[in-house]
Structures are given as C-alpha cells and as structure tokens.
Design a binder for this molecule. Structure first.
Ligand code: M6R
Length: 367
C-alpha cells in the first residue's frame, strides 16, 4: 500500500503532481476560460459581498490559510484575517452575519477547528469548508465547501493535502476576483494558464531535486537548529518548512519573514546555523539577495531554493535547490516540495519514525 516507497510520507510527496491535478480536475477549464466549482458558484454573491473573510485552521492548514489571505486579498480585494482555531474560539471574536468564515482542515475532524466553526455559525457567519476527507465532521457541519480531493493522507506530516489546499485557495481567489471585477480578463487567463501548468512543474521538481535534497540532508543530520526564511507568499512556506522539520526530525526550527531577521533572529546566526531561504526570482528578489548577503557575512550555512539559471543567490549559497519559474502566487506549491523532502531525508537519516512521529496524531480530535 506504500506503493514501493519506504514511507507513506515519501509516497504522498511523490503523489503531488497527480493530487494537485485531481484538485483542479473538472474545476479549472482553461480552454473554456472558466473556473467551475459548485460550492463557490452557488454562493458567489455571499462570498464576494463578504465584509471580511476569516480563515480558521490549525497547523499546516493554518499555513495554507496565510497563503490564502495573500491570494484572496490580491485577486479579489476582500479583506482577510487568518486565525488559529484554538485562539479564535476562546477570545470572544467580533464576528457578524456579514462575515464569511473559511475553515481549512485535511482531516475534517480537528476539535479546535470544529469548535471555532460552531461559534462562527452561532454568530451568523456563513461558513465555507475546505476539507480533504469526504463526509468528515467539518465537511458536514459547514454551510458549503470544496473538497481538496488529494486522496487519503496517511503520514502524520501533511504534504499533499497542503499543496491541494493551496490549489483550492488559488481557484477560489481567482474565481472571486474574476466575478467581482477586480481581476481583468487578461490577468484571469494568464493566472489560470499558469495554474494549469503547475502539475507538470511539480513533476519536474520531483524528478530533479530528490537526489540533490537527499545529499544536502545528509550534511545536516546533526544540526540542532534551523531557520527558514521567505518573503511575501513564501513567508508562510517558510513556516511550513520549519513545521515539517520539527515534527518529524525533532530538530528545532523556526520560520520567519526574511526581513524580520534583523529584529532578533540574526543574533542566532553563526557557522553552525543552517538557514533555508526561499529565493525564487520573483517579488522582492533583490531584498532576498541582501538577506543572503547578511547571513553569509555572519557565516550562516545557506540552503537556497532558487529558480533554474539563477546565479546571484547561487554564487553566495552553500547549497542550492532549483525549481522552475512560476508566478509568485503559485510559487509556494513548488517551493514546499523540496522542503518536505529535506525534512523527510533528515528524519530518515536520524532514524525517526517519519510516518508516526512521537507525541503526534493524524487528527487532533481533542483540544
Ligand atoms: O486535519 P487538519 O488539517 O485540521 O489538521 C491540522 C493540524 O493538526 C495538522 O496540519 C498538523 O499540524 C500536521 N501534523 C502538520 O503536518
């Protein structure tokens, strides 16, 4: 059932070009120039007229939510807030019937997310669910929703569910922007064409980086700390990369927006600190270049995720992992794959139980 792979996690990482395609199947119709999603179509007015969209989730799904915020605000121009379900449910949040809550959960069984949904419903908000497990509790309790269709995820560390969540959030953001007029026809077509190309690019990443990442991993098996840095859409990618490493390898890791480095974490940098920096040639690339210079000036060990053919960051980094180019908004899908593999190979070399890390459960059904 592991399909020849040593662990479910590795199998699920390698399934991602197919699972992302499954998420888009029947929904992203480039030739017709439309995004078709029943859950969204039925409630388009409710969603685009929302005064605010509040995304609630935990763990990896919360990271997907942060990227969802960037997507929805950029393309649909609806204000978005992202909250940990566990905080939201206990802090008496301001929420009205004009709000739309999007709850994201792979398992659809997370207790805190479930409780946050109940609270939002009591206050009259419309609740939209993004779940992977069909007919799960959250899928049943929400007013409407979309399944991610990534297929069963067995490894405790979420991988293919995350990239599927990013795919769904991209579809929703682009659809809403197209509907409310914030996204012009040309931009809409450019984005859906780009998104349609993502599964092929995932395959390219999987084929080209696996042995590179495995080799890099072998050099950091004894590290005790890691920093993950990224900017813009890849700030949450950095958080997710750090979470993957923590939960399966038990190495302490922190994710930060790269510019926050000089507000504290830079004090940690010396020759023993590995720093994973997500640096594709998009967005604020020049800023990332100076962040890499600052790290190298302090002798940190840089593992950089760059676009093929990049020489500027490549010339300074200790290790490079190349991914294909795509729009900034979709780059977390591609960049998170080498991060998953890095965590995986480090954990395997450390002899950790990657599919069932200590102290963790696949669905957290207790608070
Ligand atoms: O099933 P959910 O998406 O609601 O789960 C949320 C978190 O428990 C989950 O993402 C957790 O952080 C994963 N182990 C991360 O890999």
């Amino acid at each position: 059932e592991k399909g020849g792979y040593e662990h479910f996690m590795l199998k699920e990482i390698f399934e991602q070009s197919k699972s992302v395609l499954d998420t888009m199947r029947g929904r992203l119709l480039v030739d017709e120039g439309v995004i078709k999603m029943a859950g969204i179509w039925d409630h388009l007015e409710r969603l685009t007229n929302a005064e605010r969209i509040i995304i609630i989730a935990c763990g990896t799904s919360w990271h997907a939510g942060l990227i969802g915020e960037y997507l929805i605000e950029e393309f649909a121009r609806v204000p978005v807030e992202v909250e940990y379900a566990s905080e939201f449910r206990y802090r008496n949040p301001i929420i009205t019937s004009k709000d739309v809550v999007i709850a994201i959960s792979q398992s659809g069984e997370t207790a805190d997310t479930m409780a946050a949904i109940k609270l939002a419903k009591e206050k009259g908000a419309f609740v939209y669910g993004i779940c992977n497990v069909v007919d799960s509790s959250i899928a049943r309790v929400t007013d409407a929703g979309s399944y991610t269709h990534a297929g069963p995820e067995i490894g405790v560390a979420s991988t293919k569910a995350f990239t599927a969540q990013l795919t769904i959030l991209s579809l929703i953001a682009i659809k809403l922007g197209n509907h409310n007029g914030n996204l012009g026809k040309a931009d809409f077509m450019r984005l859906i064409t780009e998104l349609d190309a993502i599964p092929k690019k995932i395959e390219e990443v999987l084929n080209s980086v696996d042995s590179v990442v495995k080799d890099i991993a072998s050099k950091f098996v004894n590290a005790t700390n890691f920093l993950y840095l990224g900017r813009g859409y890849n700030f949450p990618t950095a958080l997710e990369g750090a979470l993957k490493l923590k939960e399966i390898s038990y190495i302490h890791a922190e994710g930060y927006p790269a510019a926050e480095m000089k507000h504290g974490p830079i004090a940690l940098i010396d020759e023993n600190m590995p720093i994973v920096i997500i640096a594709p040639k998009i967005g604020h690339y020049d800023k990332i270049v100076s962040n890499v210079q600052e790290i190298k000036a302090r002798k940190g060990k840089v593992i950089a995720i760059i676009n093929k053919g990049d020489t500027q960051v490549a010339s300074m980094a200790d290790h490079i992992i190349e991914i294909p180019e795509t729009s900034e908004c979709f780059s977390p899908i591609l960049a998170s794959i080498p991060l998953q593999l890095l965590a995986y190979y480090i954990a395997v070399e450390r002899g950790a139980n990657v599919d069932q890390p200590r102290n963790l459960a696949k669905s957290v059904t207790v608070e």
